[in-house]
Ligand binder design. Structure first.
Ligand SMILES: C[S@@+](CC[C@H](N)C(=O)[O-])C[C@H]1O[C@@H](n2cnc3c(N)ncnc32)[C@H](O)[C@@H]1O
Length: 721
């Protein structure tokens, strides 16, 4: 039997091809009309596929960018048009189409439905970039939708649809909206009148079934019910607030909570000073922590204050000092509870323009090695993890669009993310054209801009950086941190980022001067400069740090020779380590000899690499340090631990006479191997009774443990002291 091809989930390649050819048909009308029966029967078959659940991985392929319509639907300039007036690719931002939904929605990568206009013409509508779900769908049959700046978009096999990329380009009309034609309005059933209590119960049932949009409608209806008591009003506003929090509609949640609190306080007999809803909304949007509660709210019961706390943390709360209980925070984090109620600490850094790479983060005070520079809660970090990277990004994108779309108060700060970057210029000059960027478009967030921000500003986070030590292959979540997004990359950075749930923690790996730019590694650097460049190219830039410049300057021939020797060494190390038994002396000697050969290639450029990491040497040196340790050769163990540090770019001089352990240069990489090398050094010093050296090595190990894991959690167990 021939299987039915799912044309609602077209392959990215086919769609890209169609987008590329879109200009050839721009302005034309489709050759044929779409028949109601064929559209509906195709849709039915897709709904069946959906119910069978055998669906491809979700993908979103964006067309060339175009701006969202800036014109509100109720603007007098707006004009209604019909399906038979649409053309391919021609968008008129003051035109809108009124459509009635005549099918159930198909919801997977996109939301797809069939709708008719007032003349009875029928079209397939595809809504992209929506956070929609089968359990709690946005659209139902008979809903009336206004689609702004509609046009036809081509699909494979001569099919076509109306594709809506910007969520602000459609409005789902309320049943009593004056725009709805009489004929459609008459078809609506008379709603049986219910009491506020009945609406509340129905809403609660829907909430329990996770049908949040239905619950919202019930609570709204409850507030309109006749003879509403003050206590029912308080309750319904509070419940609406809860639903809005779940739906990430924080601005609306703040208004609901303010109304609930005012309604509650209106019945209170206490003579505490009163607040109006607007004042409460303003307080909820202030970035001050909960402990600065206005006097008038001191008597408000705990459940209301818990909602207030939720809203404030999600909108962003700041504290002036870097005081955090990291062990407590870490203990809360599980895959289901990774969002922590934690204030941000950003006051010791500032975002400024750099001469060459857009905005950057700068130290507004001096930082000591290991000190906290920045702590920030994620703007968006999905709870779910998807196996493949593209789907993971898609989850993050969906949540970003939803949060930006639903919360006007957050938009300005969010869109500052692309203020200084070259990618926004490319997007706006290249495809988007006028009207995409600027204050005037803040009301209508542009999904293409949001997508570009995701590509250039997102980071991948493990559950906690500490857990990464035990589970190095755990799934990562893609998220966005607004302040941290200004941090530029360097292969030889002065800070390291870590995560505790959705909290981004940045610490100084070496002393940072006031006014210095704070930089971190986006990726742990590959030995091969070309591979590094390729991987960083995904962010759309070329790294010009000293290491990349020097690695490049030595020339292709030598780089190849180095690479060849590195690969040979890797093979030899794998062979020696492969059988699970301690390596033989012969194997150790052979690898030490090959390592010296590779060292000599770096030594030929000793001035250039004076204080720079020698990345190709890291792997064999690490192996040798461990091998000598296993063989209980303390002298060689110390030598190779120091060499390992040196190859990471950390040059240490040990003066046994003066008992001095001096960091001569630390413009290198700090990671768990560096901490381990210091742990070994300390243990060797302890064994030899060199207490002062042991203390200094131990202090450095502790500072860098804090950097690479974010906190003191697990430090004693790892370091053994
Ligand atoms: C997370 S953002 C960093 C902040 C960014 N400079 C800005 O203006 O918003 C990442 C983007 O910054 C730029 N960038 C970061 N590190 C860079 C570097 N070392 N050299 C050049 N551009 C860099 C690239 O455009 C990259 O896509």
């Amino acid at each position: 039997m021939r299987t039915f091809h799912n044309t609602y989930e077209e392959s990215p390649e086919r769609l890209k091809e169609l987008f590329q050819n879109a200009d050839n048909i721009k302005g034309r009308r489709p050759n044929s009309k779409q028949s109601r029966n064929s559209l509906l029967s195709t849709h039915e078959r897709h709904l069946k596929l959906l119910s069978e659940g055998n669906l491809p991985v979700k993908t979103i392929i964006l067309p060339p960018p175009y701006p969202p319509s800036p014109t509100p639907l109720k603007d007098e300039k707006c004009k209604g048009i019909r399906l038979n007036e649409l053309r391919y690719g021609v968008r008129d931002h003051i035109a809108f189409l009124l459509l009635k939904v005549i099918s159930k929605p198909y919801i997977h990568s996109n939301t797809i439905l069939i709708a008719e206009d007032e003349s009875g013409d029928v079209a397939r509508l595809t809504f992209c970039n929506l956070e929609d779900s089968l359990l709690d769908p946005i659209f139902f049959e008979n809903d009336v939708i206004a689609v702004k700046q509609p046009c036809w978009t081509q699909l494979p096999d001569d099919a076509f649809h109306i594709r809506v990329d910007h969520p602000s380009d459609f409005v789902k009309l309320e049943e009593d909206d004056e725009l709805i034609p009489e004929t459609w309005r008459a078809e609506k059933k008379e709603e049986v009148k219910k009491t506020a209590e009945e609406w509340k119960k129905e809403g609660d049932m829907a909430f329990l079934k996770k049908k949040f949009r239905v619950a919202m409608k019930c609570y709204k209806n409850g507030l309109l019910a006749p003879s509403l008591t003050i206590s029912a009003k308080t309750d319904l506003h509070r419940k609406k607030c809860g639903v809005n929090i779940v739906l990430t509609r924080l601005d609306d949640a703040a208004t609901d909570l303010a109304n609930a609190i005012c309604s509650l306080l209106s019945t209170s007999s206490s003579h505490s000073p009163s607040l109006n809803p607007l004042q409460i909304v303003t307080w909820l949007h202030e970035d001050t922590p909960m402990n600065l509660l206005p006097e008038a709210l001191q008597s408000v019961p705990k459940p209301f204050l818990e909602l207030a706390s939720r809203i404030k943390f999600d909108l962003g709360v700041f504290q002036p000092t870097p005081v955090y209980d990291f062990p407590l925070m870490t203990s809360y984090v599980t895959p289901l509870t990774l969002h922590l109620d934690c204030p941000n600490y950003t006051s010791s850094t500032m975002i400024r323009q750099t001469p060459t790479h857009g905005r950057g983060l700068f130290a507004s005070k001096a930082f000591k090695r290991g000190e906290l520079i920045l702590v920030e809660k994620a703007f968006v970090l999905p709870s779910y993890v998807m196996e493949d990277k593209r789907s993971q990004c898609l989850l993050c994108f969906g949540e970003m669009v939803k949060k930006v779309q639903c919360n006007p108060s957050l938009r300005k700060k969010f869109f500052e993310l692309d203020a200084g970057s070259s990618f926004s210029r490319v997007l706006h000059e290249g495809g988007g054209g006028e009207g995409i960027k600027g204050e005037d478009t803040q009301d209508v967030p542009d999904v293409f801009r949001i997508h570009a921000i995701l590509r250039h500003n997102s980071f991948n986070a493990p559950l906690t950086s500490f857990s990464l030590l035990h589970q190095p292959h755990q799934e990562m979540r893609t998220g966005i941190w607004l302040h941290a997004s200004s941090i530029n990359h360097s292969c030889i950075p002065n800070s390291v980022r870590t995560f505790v749930g959705d909290i981004f923690v940045l610490r100084a790996t070496r002393d940072v001067k006031e006014g210095e730019e704070v930089v971190m590694q986006y990726l742990s650097p590959d030995v091969d400069e070309k591979v590094r460049a390729e991987r960083l190219g995904e962010w759309g830039f070329e790294c010009r740090c000293r290491l990349c410049e020097v690695d490049e300057s030595i020339g292709e021939v030598e780089r190849e020779e180095r690479g060849k020797l590195f690969e040979q060494l890797k093979g030899a190390v794998m062979k020696a380590a492969g059988n699970g038994v301690p390596p033989t002396n012969t194997a150790i000697k052979k690898i030490a000899k090959m390592t010296r050969e590779l060292e000599s290639l770096y030594d030929a450029h000793s001035e250039l690499y004076a204080s720079l990491p020698r990345l190709a040497l890291v792997h064999p040196t690490l192996w040798l340090a461990e091998a000598y340790r296993t063989a209980k050769n303390t002298g060689k163990g110390v030598e190779y631990s120091l060499k390992l540090l040196r190859n990471f770019g950390i040059i240490i001089e040990v003066d046994h006479e003066k008992q001095e352990f001096k960091v001569v240069s630390e413009k290198g990489l700090v990671n768990v191997e560096v901490v381990r090398a210091l742990k070994y050094l300390r243990e060797d010093f302890v064994e030899k009774g060199e207490e002062r050296l042991a203390e200094q090595a131990g202090g450095l190990a502790r500072a860098w443990w804090m950097c690479v894991t974010g906190s003191e959690v697990g430090m004693v167990e790892f370091l053994g002291f």
